[in-house]
Design a protein around this ligand. Sequence first.
Ligand SMILES: Cc1ncc(COP(=O)(O)O)c(C=O)c1O
Length: 377
Amino acid sequence: MNWKIPLFKIYWDEEDIKAVNKAISQGMNWSTGPEVTRLEERLAEYLKVDYCLTFNSGTSALHAVLLAYGTGPGDEVIVPSFTFIATANAPLFVGARPVFADIEDKTYGLDAVDVERKITSKTKAILPIHYAGCPCLINDLRNVAQRHNLVLIEDAAESLGADINGTKVGSIGDAAILSFCQNKVITTGEGGAVVTNSREIYDRLKLIRSHGRLEDADYFSSTKYMDYVALGFNFRMSNISAALGLAQLKKLHKLVEMRRENARFMDQRLSSIEGVTLPSSPNGFYHVYQMYTIRVASDRRDGLQRYLAERGIMTKVYFPPVHHTDFYKNKLKYDCNLPVTEAVAQQVLTLPIYPSLSKEEINEIARHIASYQSEAL
Ligand SMILES: Cc1ncc(COP(=O)(O)O)c(C=O)c1O
């Protein structure tokens, strides 16, 4: 469908094109290459962590990081159901069991109290997300993880650039994953990364990412025999994508500020409409608005979505609970009681919020929401 106002638009400029052109016109290093290393160094610097490894998606980063921590059959990983399905699937990839905990309704992140209730002798890790670009109550989760000697892995797919009083999300847990899929704050089309301060995890991740091969030089330009010492995948990001990632990363601050400015304007326009709850974040939490999600009464939400769609405005429900999907409910037989997740998921509607969204477009979105709500009430 050709939307008048799509849910997201990619922000790109001549620097992105130049960077990709340059990577291509080298005529080599399209797979591995120096841009990959440079992007990893820049991301680690930005997040103030010791190590970063790029991946070909956030999903493969999730898969790899659980393997790197030795997660496997018999283990449980506590995850939200209010997330993109990849968060919950990651434990399944490695033969472990995802255990759903409920969310709190300040940031829609995992609720530390419910997480603690879900801990058993099998629990290995806690895997929270920072929903929509708002940091979750990660310090509470870190305390729980520490008390129970569990690994804390942040799924920061949606939240590069977000921070709590200056501490970047992604640098708080034992490790974190990022995504550079096209709807994220910066993008390489598809792509991801793992960041950590652990040298041991970093070394394991390198093997997992590239066939279990001990690489002490560039594989494609070295005659050296490199031994295969573990089972590994090809989860590598291409050098062309990394070149694009570097160009995008240079713009990160500007892109986030544009998103925040649009979110402020959207807040202003929507704040007087009855029955609409705006996104918010606790004091000191820097929200990057990868998404702008409102809440409306559950019996009006789908109607509002249809109303906006008829006027060319795309919205989406992020997220329908993972435990309600056919796969989890019928094939895996999950039967969960997650009251906050269920209530929130019936009310949320994610509106367009991208850097190049204009004030006129925001006015138009707000005007249609206002007229739908006034008809509804
Ligand atoms: C919370 C969350 N986790 C994981 C992912 C997966 O990332 P990717 O699409 O790069 O595989 C996404 C993005 O789609 C996400 O929003």
